[in-house]
Ligand binder design. Structure first.
Ligand code: KG4
Ligand code: ZN
Length: 327
C-alpha cells in the first residue's frame, strides 16, 4: 500500500494505492469556503488549516479502508511548487511517517502530478501535448514519457484560472470565479463583446491573460448597464479560444496528435466541448480527466508516486520542498 499526500495550496488531499497501482480511495478537504470572503487564497490561513486537517484526514482514510498503518510501504507527497507553508505541512508529516515506519519517501512535483493525472482513468500513448490550466499555472508541455516532459511555454502574467477569479471579483461574484462565470456564461451571448485573444497571433507557446482582464474592466467602466451573462460568455469564449488554438498549434508544429488537458480549469464545460469539436475537425485526440481529478487531489500524486516506487526512484529525507516552479 502507498500513501499519497497533497497540500500544495488550499486543498488537503490523501489517497491510498495498492501495490498493483490501483487507487483504493482518496479523500479531499477543501478550504474554499474559508477563503471565499477574501476573494482569493490567504496563505497563512491555508497553512494553518492544512496543519489542523491533514492528520485527521489520514486517520479517516486508514479507518475507512480498514488498513493498518504498518501496511503502508511508502509515502508520496507534493514537494512543490505552491504555498511553502502549506507544502511544509504535507512534507513534514510524510518525512515523519517514513522515518518512523522505515519506508521510502517519494517527492512528487505538483505540475508533474497534474500532467499524469489522466492515467488515473485511462492509458494515453506517449508523446502527448499537456495543457495544464489551473489557478496557479497555465503551461504547455511536451510529454514524452513518465520521466521526460519539457515546458514549451507558460503564462507571462496571470494563469487562466486566476483570470476567471479576477474577472469574477470585478463582477462582484464570489471565489472561486471559474464555476460561477461558467454558469452565467451558459445564458449569455459568446459573441456579444469582442474581447482580445492575447498572444494568439504570435509565434510563441506562451500565454498572457492580464490584458484580457483589463479589457473586461474597461468594458465594465464604459458600459455600466452591461449584461453580466454576455460579459461572462464573451470572456469565457476568449479564454477558451486562446487555450484551444495555442494547444492545437503546438501539436501541429511538433507533429503530435494527442492532447491532454489537466488542472482546475479543465473542468470547464465550454472548454471541454469546444476542444473536443475543434480537435475532431483536425483529427487530433483530446483527453480530459474527470472533474474530480482536475482539481488538486492526492490521487494524482499517488499515480506519479507509484511509478517512482515501481522503478525504485526513492528520495531522501534531506530533500527540501520548493515554492517556485522548477520548469
Ligand atoms: O487546479 P485547481 O483546483 O487549483 C490550483 O490552482 O492548483 O484550480 C483552481 C482554479 C480556480 O482559479 C478556479 O476558478 C478554476 O480553477 N476553475 C474553473 C472551473 N472550475 C475551477 N475555471 C473555469 N471553469 C470552471 N468550471
Ligand atoms: Zn494544482
Amino acid at each position: 500500500m502507498l500513501l499519497a499526500i497533497e497540500t500544495s495550496c488550499d486543498e488537503t488531499g490523501v489517497a491510498l494505492f495498492s501495490e498493483k497501482g490501483n487507487l483504493i480511495k482518496h479523500l479531499l478537504y477543501s478550504q474554499v469556503a474559508l477563503h471565499s470572503p477574501f476573494g482569493g487564497i490567504v496563505p497563512e490561513i491555508a497553512s494553518r488549516k492544512q496543519l489542523e486537517v491533514l492528520s485527521p484526514l489520514i486517520k479517516k482514510l486508514v479507518e475507512e479502508t480498514k488498513i493498518s498503518i504498518q501496511e503502508i510501504k511508502g509515502v508520496c507527497v507534493t514537494f512543490g511548487p505552491g504555498l511553502i507553508g502549506s507544502i511544509l505541512v504535507g512534507v513534514s508529516l510524510a518525512k515523519a511517517l517514513c522515518f518512523a515506519l522505515k519506508i521510502p519517501l517519494f517527492a512528487v512535483d505538483h505540475l508533474q502530478a497534474h500532467l499524469f493525472s489522466i492515467f488515473l482513468e485511462r492509458e494515453v500513448k506517449f508523446p502527448y501535448i499537456g495543457l495544464l490550466v489551473s489557478g496557479g499555472h497555465t503551461a504547455l508541455f511536451l510529454v514524452n514519457s513518465w520521466e521526460d516532459y519539457k515546458l514549451l511555454g507558460h503564462t507571462r502574467d496571470d494563469a487562466a484560472g486566476e483570470a476567471f477569479d479576477k474577472v469574477a471579483k470585478l463582477l462582484n461574484l464570489s471565489y472561486p470565479g471559474g464555476p460561477i462565470i461558467s454558469k452565467l456564461a451558459e445564458k449569455g451571448n459568446r459573441n456579444a463583446i469582442s474581447f482580445p485573444r492575447p498572444l494568439l497571433e504570435e509565434d510563441t507557446f506562451d500565454f498572457s491573460f492580464s490584458g484580457l482582464k483589463t479589457a473586461v474592466l474597461n468594458y465594465l467602466k464604459t458600459n455600466p448597464q452591461y449584461k453580466i451573462e454576455d460579459v461572462c460568455a464573451s470572456f469565457e469564449e476568449a479564454v477558451c479560444e486562446v487555450l484551444i488554438e495555442k494547444t492545437l498549434r503546438a501539436g501541429e508544429k511538433l507533429n503530435i496528435s494527442r492532447i491532454v488537458v489537466v488542472g482546475g480549469v479543465a473542468s470547464n464545460q465550454r472548454l471541454r466541448k469546444s476542444f473536443a469539436e475543434k480537435a475532431q475537425q483536425k483529427g487530433v485526440e483530446v483527453y480530459f480527466p474527470s472533474p474530480e481529478f482536475c482539481t488538486d487531489n492526492a490521487a494524482m500524486v499517488g499515480i506519479v508516486g507509484y511509478y517512482k516506487w515501481k522503478n525504485g526512484l526513492y528520495d531522501t529525507l534531506e530533500k527540501e520542498p520548493y515554492a517556485r516552479s522548477i520548469f
